[in-house]
Design a protein. Structure first.
Length: 325
């Protein structure tokens, strides 16, 4: 058998001892009365026995009162408060777990839809309101014109103004949009369900933004920190999808047949492997488009560069295509 006593046996023993000591105290008080009145004991003996009896009776009565009334009340109150706190904790924990799993489902890979329509989707513009340095990468068919239109509708500022502010905050920004001289641009416009003039017009607006951006950089480049960097290039590749990265958050949009890209859905790349696959694709395009750099700035080197000759060539190409479809 175990040496440990059962809890109920221990409680019974403690109760018997307490009550026994109370009655022992009362018996000593009675004994002191008999000793004084009947047996005529010395006064100091009577007082001693009476005081011991009073001490035992009073202390143990107080202990019994505490055990039976006060302690039970304290335990009940403690349990009630503990239950309330545990309920709140369970609710908060359940909410946080649900939120975490909703935002980052366990073991989920690939992509998930964020919005049904890319155009003016709020997730694209978190970087606009940020005030810390970020690593940003935007790529599409004429991405700058769409960024500019959405920023103007939201804040009233231009894309060039916001990009300059983000550079002042130490951000690194890469922008890629389609070279209007690409030989399949008419087919791309047709597949997207828009006219060639409309697509070329969007690219022309992006070139105007590049000019404005170059002017702002030339005026304010001395205010930019060494960590800031900007590269705007045009690429001669088939644009299978649009790419938007804000640090580690990546959003892509696809170009579907007979549907304008900005009206298609926005998707988030969930896992690092998928993000890396898309990133490598655009890093290669960015590298191969080095000879078609329109605007570039490296804070470590100093003064920005703007290839005005290339801008004029691209604008001439657009005007020719529009005039002679």
């Amino acid at each position: 058998m175990s040496d440990e006593q059962h809890p109920s046996t221990s409680y019974k023993t403690a109760g018997l001892v307490a009550y026994g000591l109370v009655f022992s105290g009362l018996a000593l008080i009675l004994l002191s009365v008999l000793g004084a009145e009947v047996w005529h004991w010395p006064e100091w003996v009577v007082h001693f026995i009476r005081d011991v009896g009073l001490l035992l009776a009073a202390v143990m009565a107080g202990t019994i009162l505490h055990e039976k009334l006060l302690r039970d009340e304290m335990v009940t109150s403690f349990i009630h408060e503990l239950d309330e706190k545990l309920d709140r904790l369970r609710e908060d924990t359940a909410y946080e777990v649900h939120k975490l799993f909703s935002e980052h489902p366990p073991r989920m890979t690939g992509i998930r839809q964020l919005g049904e329509v890319r155009r003016n989707f709020s997730g694209y513009y978190k970087w606009v309101n940020e005030q810390r340095s970020q690593d940003l990468f935007f790529a599409g068919r004429s991405v700058l014109h769409r960024i500019d239109a959405d920023i103007r509708s939201r804040t009233g500022a231009s894309a060039a103004d916001v990009i300059l502010r983000r550079l002042k905050e130490g951000s690194k920004i890469n922008v890629l949009f389609l070279d209007p001289r690409i030989d399949i641009i008419g087919r791309l416009a047709d597949e997207e369900g828009q006219t060639l003039n409309a697509m070329l017009g969007d690219i022309a607006k992006s070139l105007v933004i590049c000019r404005k951006l170059a002017e702002l950089l030339d005026k304010h480049y001395q205010e930019l920190p060494p960590g800031a960097a900007l590269s705007v290039r045009v690429y001669d590749r088939i644009p299978y999808f649009a790419y938007h990265r804000q640090d580690t958050e990546v959003i892509v949009g696809f170009y579907f047949d007979s549907a304008k890209g900005s009206s298609s859905a926005a998707y988030e790349l969930v896992d690092e492997e998928t993000q890396q696959t898309f990133e490598e694709h655009f890093v290669r395009i960015l590298s191969k488009a080095a000879s078609n750099t329109i605007v570039e700035f490296d804070g470590a080197r100093g003064r920005p560069t703007c290839n005005l000759e290339l801008i004029e060539q691209l604008e001439t190409s657009i005007n020719t295509a529009v005039s002679h479809p």
